[in-house]
Design a protein around this ligand. Structure first.
Ligand code: MN
Length: 231
């Protein structure tokens, strides 16, 4: 029994099914494509991956409009491969890592870039630049048996029909299995966890009224419109 009504379970749609995937936590990889690391002013040499998180209830289904958030005038899109964890994993090896993957999908890591720039400069946490309301639009997940590949395939994002990000999963600095193994050495992964695996080059600002469409070969597409700010 609880003293207030417990929060609703956050969840993501599943491709071709009505049942949904319950979300426990969202881990995100920073700088996982060399060209994006360079565009953000960093050295893309293969330093260890680092992670930040978003709250589980930041997820938004494809087709749902996201209100332009407060506290920013520079919100960026980051198209990303999303991995859904279906089994517990603690200190799992690279060789065994794929056995805990339930499925995969297409997501957008919305980022208040101006807040992130201040956080970086001041040595402060990234939370409010990355973990704000509705900051994780995610398309229906594809069960792993139906995923053609997580190691290659085009990943792209268009804004109002104009291409902004266009790369290939083969460019991931830390492939999916390596990322899971590395993360599980520090945090015990659990069913319901999502991992957003980082974005390729081409990140840029979006405004109210813009429509983002993106996709990954074999994993479907996502469409997210930016709405007016909440009153
Ligand atoms: Mn990202």
């Amino acid at each position: 029994m609880y003293v207030i009504e417990p929060p609703q379970q956050a969840s993501v749609a599943v491709s071709g099914r009505e049942d949904r995937f319950p979300v426990r936590r969202i881990f995100c990889v920073g700088r996982n494509y060399a060209a994006h690391a360079r565009e953000m002013g960093n050295d893309p040499d293969r330093e260890p991956p680092f992670f930040f998180t978003k709250p589980a209830d930041a997820v938004v289904d494809t087709g749902v409009s996201v209100p332009y958030p407060p506290d920013t005038s520079d919100m960026h899109h980051e198209i990303e491969l999303v991995i859904a964890i279906g089994k517990p994993a603690r200190a799992i090896s690279v060789d065994d890592a794929m056995s805990v993957v339930w499925g995969a999908g297409v997501g957008i890591d919305l980022t208040r870039r101006d807040l992130q720039a201040v956080a970086k400069k001041m040595g402060r946490p990234w939370d409010f630049s990355k973990g704000f309301d509705n900051s994780a639009p995610i398309a229906p997940l594809v069960p792993i048996a139906d995923v053609p590949s997580l190691s290659k395939g085009r990943i792209y994002l268009e804004v109002n029909g104009e291409i902004r990000q266009d790369a290939d999963l083969a460019e991931l600095i830390w492939p999916v299995a390596d990322t899971i193994a590395y993360l599980s050495a520090s945090i015990a992964l659990a069913p319901g966890d999502l991992i957003m695996t980082g974005t390729p080059a081409g990140v840029a600002a979006v405004s109210a009224g813009d429509v983002m469409t993106g996709g990954i070969d074999g994993l479907g597409t996502i469409r997210t419109e930016i709405g007016q700010p909440l009153a």
